[in-house]
Design a protein. Structure first.
Length: 91
């Protein structure tokens, strides 16, 4: 059995990506973290087979779905701020 076919490896990788998201926020790593935890839960519950290509496919689809859901619920980062053309001290 390969390392990537063990459920807890995926869960630990998901939590590590979650910690990385806390350190460098921006909703980049959070989708991957959710995808990894989903694959780990699927392996742990016996819902997924052990083939590595299938696990990678499920990881990619779950990460994409999580990223799209986060983008929909959290929104897209807007403009950096208002650009002022007139200073308050101008006469």
């Amino acid at each position: 059995m390969m390392m990537w076919q063990v459920w807890w490896v995926w869960v630990v990788a998901g939590f590590a990506l979650g910690v990385l998201e806390v350190i460098m926020p921006g909703y980049i790593f959070l989708g991957f973290a959710i995808g990894a935890v989903v694959v780990g839960a699927g392996l742990g519950l016996g819902l997924l087979g052990g083939s590595v290509p299938l696990l990678i496919l499920v990881f990619a689809l779950a990460s994409l779905a999580a990223w799209l859901a986060l983008r929909r619920t959290m929104g897209v980062r807007g403009s950096p701020g208002k650009i002022w053309h007139k200073d308050i001290n101008d006469n």
